[in-house]
Write a protein that binds this ligand. Structure first.
Ligand SMILES: Cc1cc2nc3c(=O)[nH]c(=O)nc-3n(C[C@H](O)[C@H](O)[C@H](O)COP(=O)(O)O)c2cc1C
Length: 414
């Protein structure tokens, strides 16, 4: 019987352990977590979601404070169109986060950055170009384009000297999304180096509608494999979403996947950015405590724990400090939902907003407990302590368990 370690992921001239830890914003997939994956010979992701905030926390910079100071006059205004990001600051924050991480890299693996198109930041094209360019400047090994079709993203960096050297890939949830991406980029004569195929059981935002349960990762992978073969294209495929054991991963590798992308198991790693009390919530969750809902202002369904503090909370929009989801005309669905509730309850000191959440603020504060479908199985991956809590695991333990386990088994910590 085979295990993950019997396979290798070939990317360019490199051979890697075929385990990719997926990007988890905002700083849930920390530099420390990504560095462990690289040290162990796989691929780790940092995320560029709210990178000025991440830089402030990591390097004691003051990007968020400075932005708020500049736009403070607008806090009570429901029109946020004047709240712009300073592109120089955005580049600096990205270069700091990526550069420092790359400086600390040890081992044979690689570090990629997860870059979400849905972070439209009141100037979608300009801010995305800056984030991608700064990550390339700072020496990132690869970029995974996420949360969007990214039809124009390659073109934003086609003149960068590293455009044809780094590993560039995209996350898709359907053959159609991949076909669109390839068609739009055909003129650049540069295929993606890998494609992550994310199924409906993943954490974070889903590339499906509320009918996500009708879809099956294995079936989407086969459909994409068959199409690529018919087109004579050879692009490494990396399935993701609900791959919970080494045996699950081995199954995909035996059927032609180049690697697997996993995340949920690592949400309870010591190196993960979630505070320990939140990690304990993940451990104790049962299947019925997890839902896919429509509260993300991005419009994508999102999976999370039902007791997330973000659900129903009616805080004032904080776009002057954050504002990552403002579209090109300064709109965000949360602002509209919030204003509607304020207008309906003029006497209330605080309103409840049920249908949308202020995702920037709540992700920043680790109050939106997004998670994968199998989060309810995390309690089976560790030991319970005498005080009733669950033992936090090392990223190395989880990584090695994926790499070497067989027979559907999960190794408990020593
Ligand atoms: C807590 C959490 C946060 C996530 N955040 C992001 C994100 O910011 N961007 C993204 O592309 N995917 C995100 N994902 C998806 C993962 O990168 C990964 O593809 C997926 O969760 C793999 O499935 P698994 O969690 O069942 O292993 C997130 C997943 C989790 C669990």
């Amino acid at each position: 019987m085979k295990c993950v370690d019997d396979f290798r992921l070939k990317l360019g001239d490199r051979e890697l352990v075929p385990i990719v830890i997926g990007g988890m914003g905002v700083d849930i997939s920390t530099a420390e977590l990504a560095l462990e994956a690289a040290r162990l010979g796989g691929i780790g992701h940092i995320s560029d979601a709210m990178v000025p905030t991440v830089s402030d926390r990591r390097f004691k910079t003051s990007f968020v404070k400075d932005k708020l100071k500049l736009h403070k006059y607008n806090v009570a205004n429901s029109d946020k169109s004047s709240v712009r990001f300073d592109l120089g600051h955005l580049a600096e924050a990205t270069r700091l986060h990526v550069g420092r991480t790359m400086d600390e890299k040890r081992g044979d693996g690689m570090i990629f950055i997860n870059c979400m198109e849905k972070l439209t930041m009141n100037a979608p094209k300009e801010t995305l170009r800056v984030r991608l360019t700064a990550a390339l400047d700072a020496g990132i090994d690869g970029i995974t384009l996420a949360a969007g079709l990214h039809l124009g993203s390659f073109a934003l960096i086609e003149d960068h000297p590293r455009f044809r050297q780094v590993q560039l890939g995209i996350i898709v949830s359907s053959l159609r999304a991949l076909q669109l991406f390839l068609r739009k980029n055909a003129r650049l004569n540069r295929l993606p180096d890998f494609v992550v195929i994310e199924g409906p059981l993943a954490g974070g935002h889903l590339g499906f509608g509320m009918d996500w349960a009708k879809y099956d990762l294995g079936a989407i992978v086969v459909e994409i494999q068959d199409w690529l073969k018919a087109e004579g294209l050879n692009i490494p495929l990396i399935p993701a979403g609900g791959i919970f054991t080494g045996s699950d991963a081995t199954g995909f590798l035996e059927h032609g996947a180049a690697a697997v992308q996993v995340a949920t198991r690592f949400t309870v790693a010591r190196e993960c950015g979630l505070p320990e009390d939140v990690q304990q919530q993940y451990f104790t969750a049962n299947e019925e405590d997890i839902e896919v809902n429509g509260i993300s202002p991005t419009g994508y369904p999102m999976r999370m724990l039902k007791n997330s503090p973000a659900i129903g909370d009616g805080i004032r929009p904080n776009c002057e400090a954050f504002g990552y989801l403002l579209d090109s005309s300064g709109r965000c669905d949360y602002i509209e939902a919030y204003n509607r509730e304020v207008a309906a309850h003029p006497e209330a000191r605080k309103v409840a907003v049920i249908d949308k959440t202020c995702l920037c603020t709540h992700m920043r504060n680790f109050e939106c407990w997004t998670c994968g479908h199998y989060t309810y199985r995390l309690k089976d991956t560790t030991r319970q302590r005498a005080d009733g809590g669950y033992e936090i695991l090392s990223a190395e333990h989880i990584f090695r368990d994926y790499q070497f386990s067989k027979d559907g088994k999960i190794a408990l910590p020593k």
